[in-house]
Design a protein around this ligand. Structure first.
Ligand SMILES: Cc1cc2nc3c(=O)[nH]c(=O)nc-3n(C[C@H](O)[C@H](O)[C@H](O)COP(=O)(O)O)c2cc1C
Length: 204
């Protein structure tokens, strides 16, 4: 059931978007191969960005390797609990200013651009049978220090990636229930306006 869990049923969306969600139950046995990893970063690479500035970089570690071991203790405890089962961890990094390593077209939209790259990566993950769970809960300055990220780049978020597992892999009942909890969203009418910005007027 967990593998096909799409309680919201949005058939008007393309299947990859309909099925995307952020599980915490990852298959402990699954290993992320370099080919799959390459596809994920290729998806990020081809994301649009302001002026094609591509103001992103990533650091990754695979479960069992040294980078993973250095990264894991820097995640919030709550995130460590589930993210340790994922096959890999990716740190997302956005550019703040031009530097010797990479010019920058404009700094205004770099977080936006990084977000798009991560969205592309997330959907490509679905296409190759993986799921991702993004997280901000980690000591970002500590990650920057640990991995030598220079000051004109900013550690922004983390991504756990792997193959989804049944919620019953968790020992605690609350963790199983959290995994099955229905997802919810604000209605489109609350955030889409045909004219003046007005959340109380339904336009769609
Ligand atoms: C930038 C960002 C930061 C997030 N931080 C965390 C986090 O620290 N821990 C966590 O468990 N989930 C985190 N999430 C996951 C969100 O809670 C999740 O995407 C949201 O509840 C919607 O659920 P869905 O992705 O299953 O649709 C984060 C997601 C994003 C995009």
């Amino acid at each position: 059931m967990a593998l096909e869990r799409v309680p919201e049923q949005r058939p008007e969306l393309t299947t990859l978007l309909e099925r995307r969600w952020s599980p915490r139950a990852f298959d402990w046995q699954h290993e992320l191969g370099s080919e799959d990893l390459g596809v994920l970063f290729e998806a990020a690479r081809w994301a649009p960005s302001a002026g094609n500035s591509q103001p992103w970089s990533f650091i990754y570690g695979l479960r069992g390797d040294e980078t993973h071991a250095r990264l894991m203790p820097l995640l919030d405890e709550g995130n460590q609990r589930w993210a340790r089962r994922a096959s890999g961890l990716i740190v997302t990094i956005r550019q703040l200013a031009a530097g010797p390593d990479h010019d920058l077209f404009g700094a205004d939209h770099t977080q936006f651009d990084l977000g798009q790259a991560v969205a592309h990566l997330s959907i490509e993950a679905m296409a190759i049978g993986l799921h991702v769970h993004q997280f901000s809960g980690m000591d970002r300055p500590a990650v920057a220090a640990e991995f030598g990220v220079p000051a004109h780049w900013e550690v922004t978020s983390g991504i756990a990636v792997g193959r989804i597992a049944e919620p019953e892999i968790f020992d605690e009942q609350w963790e199983i229930e959290r995994e099955r909890k229905p997802r919810d969203r604000r209605p489109v009418s609350e955030f889409v306006f045909a004219g003046d910005w007005n959340p109380s007027a339904s336009s769609v």
